[in-house]
Write a protein that binds this ligand. Sequence first.
Ligand code: NAP
Length: 524
Amino acid sequence: MLYIDPLACVDCGACVSACPVGAIAPDNRLESKQLPFAEINASFYPERPADVKLPPTSKLAPVIPAAEVHARRRPLTVAIVGSGPAAMYAADELLTQHGVRVNVFEKLPTPYGLVRTGVAPDHQNTKKVTELFDRVSRHRHFRFYLNVEVGKHLSHAELLAHHHAVLYAVGAPDDRRLDIDGMGLPGTGTATELVAWINGHPDFQYLPVDLSHERVLIIGNGNVALDVARVLTADPDDLARTDISDRALAAFRKSAVREVVIAARRGPADSAFTLPELIGLAGASDVVLDAGDHSLVARDLATAPDTLTRNKLEILNKLGDASIPGSRPRIRLAYRLTPARVLGEQRATGVEFSITGADEVHRIDAGLVLTSIGYRGKLIRDLPFDESASVVPNDGGRVVDPVSGRPVTGTYVAGWIKRGPTGFIGTNKSCSFQTVQGLVADYNAGALTDPVAKPDGLDQLVHARQPDVVDSAGWAAIDAAEIARGIDDGRPRNKFTDIADMLAAAAATAPPAPKRRLLARLLG
Ligand code: NAP
């Protein structure tokens, strides 16, 4: 028997789809004859000592039925802004509770945030978490309002008039910018923009990406840098079997890139990428180090502070030598390089670095210079903002007024806008759980104001402000059309990258709104 830790599991569903014999199922879908396995699984894990910190057990304190909170109270209704992992995990938690209603508002006509536009296309298994999100969105008390921008089409106050609470899970949409001379020249950009372009994000499809030079330089060595380097050096025929955008694929087929250098300002022991991503990179790509960096790895190995760092260094230690020419495009990891200025007059031709901790200069030529130094949260209209941390000030997800120190009634955050841009997709499960726990406690304590607007007024308001709103049926139509477009080429989907095409697909198979309402009534 395979044992799954119920506390650490993030419900991504990857094991369910990967299991070759279909032996894994969510515990709430077990047939009665399978129920004993749930108990056997649970008993496999010993009692945890009290000081071991693990994600919560995901069992929310029950939402007290509306009538018990107050005789005329409306059932808990929550607006979630954003539709990425933090938003969908929050919706999932809320919908475990009887009678709770969730409306999700998303700026794009397509949901799931960075899972669609940030996860690298060669990581299709990671994207399978959308199967869980699709299941959540099919709940009868879940509604999508896609192609609707809060702050433009609807205000925070309007959302609060229709809901008990508004939970912002809008991520960190901006990039941290590197403040050195020459950034901004043609041939410079950010890795996160490139990832969005590769993934067919409609706002980035016309990004000027010049792959005519043989070297690309990436500054910063987090997981995003690894994603970009891996895709830039991948075989386009392999990428052609993914959901990469057609435009990016065409550019990669003509690419002259032979080497991607990932430059970190600190040493190997402080590499920002995670161990699993390094293992994946070393397995999929040709990764090399200069002789000097090999010596740095050996030096750091002797003093590795913990097992995880030691494991990383051992893998780095086994990488090939950059002096031996490779037969395919490769990735070179470089260390102790602090960026000083971008070289070039009309366009970038490389970067001048100072060697960290030494009085020396080092130059690397490149035709494309990308910074990959992290994401940045953005101010949300009508909410407080902590500029230095780029997050909304909060206490465990309850938005807090920084002046009074008191919670802002009915206003919550989850994901990167709450804790900053760190962690993997599953990290958002416990993060969203914490927020939802506070929200439900506030509702149960009678601290949330009942929505003043009539329940069916929301649809009318949204349609008046944004006639092109896309609902769950519209998204299902876009999804089906994209999957159909990919079938002949053996691709999981061929994405629309233009909003007009998405809206056309959403309208093509969806019955007109009045008929849809009638259908809903007929179907009960
Ligand atoms: P990150 O992990 O925070 O890495 C940022 C990198 O930029 C670090 O190497 C950092 O160096 C460097 N940096 C920062 N400021 C700099 C400066 N002024 N000059 C030079 N270098 C500078 O950021 P990320 O790669 O954008 O990733 C964001 C989050 O998403 C991370 O938690 C990451 O693990 C996650 N993610 C996960 C996956 C996955 O699980 N597959 C994929 C993508 C992203 P220092 O360390 O020296 O500050």
